[in-house]
Design a protein around this ligand. Structure first.
Ligand SMILES: NC(=O)c1ccc[n+]([C@@H]2O[C@H](COP(=O)([O-])OP(=O)(O)OC[C@H]3O[C@@H](n4cnc5c(N)ncnc54)[C@H](OP(=O)(O)O)[C@@H]3O)[C@@H](O)[C@H]2O)c1
Length: 243
């Protein structure tokens, strides 16, 4: 019998939306997580989120490979707790938890400094702090996926705070790729998804035509399996890898 070698992922914001779908997709993988890895292992997944009851319920639904650690990514104490949980080693970090700042979204000139700081703390400062804290525990061939948005590259009316934070996150991700090539660094735009965050961006609107987050999971799994060079990717183009 070959030794069982389970891989470990940490997904921030794993109780809903894209993070939940990714956690489910990874936890369901029973074959080798990447070419060359020992067979018969798959992924153990740590998920986070502020609403403890919802997070625990998600972990219970997704099964024994999924562990819930509740907390807010902007809280340094919570990040220390995550370090304790994964200090045995980590193969994948997904910085997915994020905020729009306000719902409805506001024009730049109506954004308070408090809103801007909150968006920055959640979408930029926290992911980088988590990377800094977890880097010593990233195993050989580890990957970091920072979830971005098409808003990072476009200038949509009222999306300024969120979009600028995603542009900053992308820039930092690709700078990390230049600084630390031992890790694969990805900024991935999942595309529009039918989630609470998307509904909050379009309050009162019917978003039922947007695809469910589960539809982009094969693209993410293909990225994790195939490990193309570090860079910015759209889930839509990764779907080709998945095909
Ligand atoms: N939906 C879209 O159309 C779309 C498009 C482009 C990019 N994205 C990106 O995709 C990612 C996921 O978005 P989503 O639409 O799946 O959102 P979602 O359905 O609202 O889920 C967000 C998840 O993050 C958690 N979370 C939020 N703030 C947190 C915090 N401060 N600390 C810890 N956990 C936190 C939430 O749980 P709690 O509330 O309990 O903390 C929840 O589990 C985000 O990075 C978003 O910017 C989404």
């Amino acid at each position: 019998m070959p030794p069982i070698s389970r891989h470990r992922a940490l997904i921030t914001g794993g109780s809903a939306g894209l993070g939940r779908a990714l956690a489910a997709g990874l936890a369901a993988q029973t074959s080798r997580p990447r070419p060359g890895a020992p067979a018969g292992d798959g992924w153990d997944v740590v998920i986070t989120g502020r609403d403890r009851a919802r997070l625990d319920a998600t972990a219970a639904e997704l099964g024994p490979r999924v562990t819930a650690v509740s907390g807010d990514v902007t809280d340094a104490g919570h990040r220390d707790q995550l370090v304790e949980v994964v200090e045995g080693g980590l193969d994948l970090l997904v910085n997915n938890a994020s905020t729009l700042g306000t719902s409805p979204l506001l024009p730049v000139q109506e954004l308070t400094s408090a809103v801007l700081r909150h968006v920055w703390e959640t979408n930029v400062v926290a992911p980088v702090a988590l990377i800094r804290a977890l880097r010593p525990f990233l195993r050989e061939d580890a990957a970091v996926i920072d979830i971005t948005s098409d808003a990072a590259a476009e200038h949509y009316d009222t999306w300024g705070a969120y979009a600028a934070s995603k542009a900053a996150l992308e820039h930092l991700t690709l700078t990390l790729a230049a600084e630390d090539p031992a890790v694969r660094w990805y900024a991935v735009d999942p595309g529009d998804l039918r989630t609470q965050m998307h509904q909050d961006a379009f309050p009162g609107e019917d978003i039922s035509d947007r695809p469910l987050p589960e539809t982009v999971v094969p693209a993410f799994l293909a990225l994790i399996d195939r490990r193309p060079p570090s860079g910015r990717y759209r889930a839509a183009e990764l779907a080709v890898l998945a095909a």
